[in-house]
Design a protein around this ligand. Structure first.
Ligand SMILES: Cc1cc2nc3c(=O)[nH]c(=O)nc-3n(C[C@H](O)[C@H](O)[C@H](O)COP(=O)(O)O)c2cc1C
Length: 657
């Protein structure tokens, strides 16, 4: 079967308004934080060129701010400065040169931008903040509303001047236009508040103004949240009504169906649904909106998104007939060539998006440039051009010590470059600490990374030596070559007195029966490590408590996952003891000190206590002065797989031949 036969629905052209695309896969808008001085950068250009070259039919450029009151930070891109036009033009031309099409998403973020950046208040429908910690926004006047309607139209005009192929008007994700539309946010009493017709007025006026700029001959569509997943907010029924009203009044060429709202609650963790969500979980939203649009004379192109991380999933959804195109955002961060790999029968070589959110959404939340745990090259397409990975002609041997995520990555890349490579580990399996995730259904997608790394080791002939401990003497054999030290960190747990023991995660997982029924975990780490094990133990039927000295369980996990995580913890009846520390565990009694009140404590009767602290790096021996030795991952400092894979990859990429 040829790939085109294997994916008959994916590899078909499509007309979206006036734009013809070569296949049914698009890259949804995703903010990269690659902007410089609020303008598109050469980093954007290289990033999008790579995804167009990799086969995507259509790329939708990240949310382009239409007004100063929506800037929020320096890396966010605006489309109202004249200086943005040539930069967008360069990107549009690069994408077209590679056979793709480029749309621009225009938006105003409203209440959840930080107004301090532009030294002004943030704007919204009413003065209701989006999280408990945000400041109250300014309820926009009708003059300001008119200004922002015009700002959308002006930016659309600029983007068409920059030769973009189309415009996506952002009505989704709880940004400004959705803030007006949502009964949970809009408390106005003027013609922009109250009835659905009034709440829709701002979006309607904006859509009309943008269509006027586009005329009939250019492509314009909308992105919507089909459900806000917010108490008192917009429901799927509301949104079926809204899309029909909009598409009846204005020519809408496509409807891109997402969900969620920026709001400090569960909803925000559905937008970039992580690996704990099912792949098919949001399809019903597309189905209902698609059915609602059936009643129109001219049905817009229907686009479906979220958790499509393989071309097989996209093919399956397309084959059901409700969607015309499938959006794959994070899957394209992970592998720019995902489409071409499917087209040329190389699907298994795809770097899989595992829905971890650590490199993309979590970086976004910190206002840092996005990256990708499985693909350290994401965002570095210009800095690390592909030829750098070209074969080197060398006999210099490379020894990688440690087969966790850092070592497997390093060995694979070194071998791919042509170094004769050996990967050694004292254990009997590959994968290092990630192997523990095998037993945890909600975290198991991580193993797709390990599987991909294993495949690369096999393809490039890496000599794998398991159950081999590398001595300082053995390292000397590599004095003419390179040693990449990826030996990880030794697990440690909180020290109490000599007769009291707490367990490491590894110790606990090695025999979960021995933990008995009541288990207390202490989250000193703030990463996924402790909460994942807590969930797993609760799923086994144990009664679980998590003591959190910082007060926020998994505090390093961004809002794009943390609210859904906390929801699950609650569902599993996991009790959080915030603002306490473990001071003693003896004879089944754990004493927890209240960190805010000197001398206050509470007791818990539990059977076992798991209290991991940062592991101790297994640093390389210092006896090897004459050889080149590179220390990477947890053996530098115990962190997460994100840092480990990056360091393994980068080190192998720059080894001298
Ligand atoms: C880092 C990141 C930034 C995003 N920025 C935007 C954005 O600017 N505009 C937008 O409409 N959606 C944005 N999204 C949401 C994506 O378009 C998409 O709906 C979401 O990631 C789910 O699709 P996926 O599972 O294919 O990643 C962003 C997603 C990510 C991961």
């Amino acid at each position: 079967m040829t790939p085109d036969e294997h994916y008959p629905h994916v590899f078909r052209t499509l007309k979206i308004g006036q734009t013809e695309v070569r296949n049914r896969i698009f890259v949804p808008a995703h903010t990269t934080n690659f902007g410089e001085d609020n303008l598109p950068s050469s980093r954007h250009l290289a990033y999008h060129r790579a995804r167009a070259a990799g086969g995507a039919g259509l790329i939708i450029f990240e949310g382009i701010r239409v007004h100063k009151s929506s800037l929020g930070r320096q890396q966010g891109v605006n489309g109202y400065e004249a200086g943005s036009i040539p930069k967008f033009r360069d990107i549009a031309r690069a994408v077209r040169e590679e056979g793709g099409k480029l749309f621009g998403q225009i938006l105003h973020l409203g209440r959840h931008i930080d107004g301090n950046f532009a030294r002004m208040a943030s704007w919204s429908a009413s003065s209701i903040p989006w999280t408990a910690t945000a400041t109250a926004p300014h309820p926009m006047t009708s003059q300001e509303i008119r200004m922002v309607v015009k700002a959308h139209a002006d930016v659309a005009a600029n983007l068409f001047e920059a030769e973009l192929d189309g415009i996506e008007l952002q009505l989704a994700h709880g940004h400004l236009l959705q803030q007006f539309l949502s009964p949970a946010v809009n408390a106005r009493e003027d013609e922009y508040g109250g009835s659905l017709e009034n709440r829709l007025r701002f979006a309607m006026e904006t859509a009309i103004a943008v269509r006027e700029i586009a005329g009939q001959g250019r492509t314009m569509g909308i992105r919507i949240s089909a459900d806000e997943f917010l108490q008192g907010g917009l429901t799927l029924d509301d949104m079926c009504d809204v899309v029909v009203r909009l598409a009846t009044a204005v020519q809408i060429d496509f409807v891109n169906i997402s969900h969620s709202a920026y709001h400090g609650s569960y909803t925000i963790s559905t937008q970039m649904a992580d690996m704990a969500f099912q792949n098919e979980q949001f399809r019903y939203l597309t189905n209902s909106i698609s059915d609602a649009l059936d009643k129109l004379q001219q049905k817009p192109v229907v686009m479906s998104v979220c958790r499509y991380n393989t071309i097989d999933l996209a093919e399956d959804m397309l084959s059901l007939g409700k969607a015309d195109m499938i959006g794959m955002a994070r899957a394209h961060v992970a592998d720019p060539e995902i489409v071409n790999k499917a087209k040329t029968g190389r699907t298994k070589e795809t770097l899989p998006c595992i829905g971890c959110n650590q490199g993309c959404a979590d970086m976004l939340a910190q206002s840092l440039a996005i990256s990708c745990l499985v693909n350290p090259r994401a965002g570095k397409e210009a800095e690390w051009p592909m030829p750098m990975l070209a074969k080197v002609d060398t006999k210099k041997p490379v020894l990688v010590v440690g087969a966790g995520p850092a070592g497997m990555e390093a060995a694979g890349i070194a071998a791919e470059r042509g170094f004769p490579t050996t990967l050694a580990d004292s254990k009997s399996t590959l994968g290092g600490t990630l192997s523990w995730l095998e037993m945890m259904p909600l975290r198991r997608e991580f193993l797709n990374l390990t599987d991909r790394q294993k495949l690369r080791l096999g393809e490039h002939g890496v000599n794998i030596e398991l159950e081999r401990t590398i001595s300082a003497e053995a390292l000397k054999e590599y004095h003419d070559g390179h040693v990449i030290w990826a030996a990880g960190a030794g697990a440690r747990s909180q020290m109490l007195s000599s007769e009291e023991t707490t367990l490491t995660l590894e110790g606990a997982l090695a025999d979960t029966d021995a933990l008995a029924d009541r288990v207390l975990l202490v989250d000193h780490l703030g990463t996924w490590a402790v909460v994942s094990v807590a969930e797993y133990l609760a799923d086994l039927g144990k009664q679980v408590w998590i003591v959190v000295p910082t007060g926020i369980v998994g505090w390093k996990i961004s809002v794009y996952s943390s609210f859904a995580l906390k929801y699950r913890l609650r569902q599993k009846n996991i009790q959080i003891v915030a603002g306490h520390s473990l001071s003693s565990f003896k004879n089944g009694l754990a004493i927890l000190d209240d960190l805010s009140i000197e001398g206050e404590s509470r007791n818990l009767q539990v059977d076992s206590v798991i209290a991991p602290v940062a592991g101790v790096p297994r640093t390389p021996p210092e006896t090897l002065a004459e050889a080149s030795i590179f220390n990477v991952g947890d053996s530098v400092s115990a962190r997460t797989a994100l840092e480990a894979v990056f360091e393994g990859h980068e080190t192998a990429l720059f080894l001298d031949a």
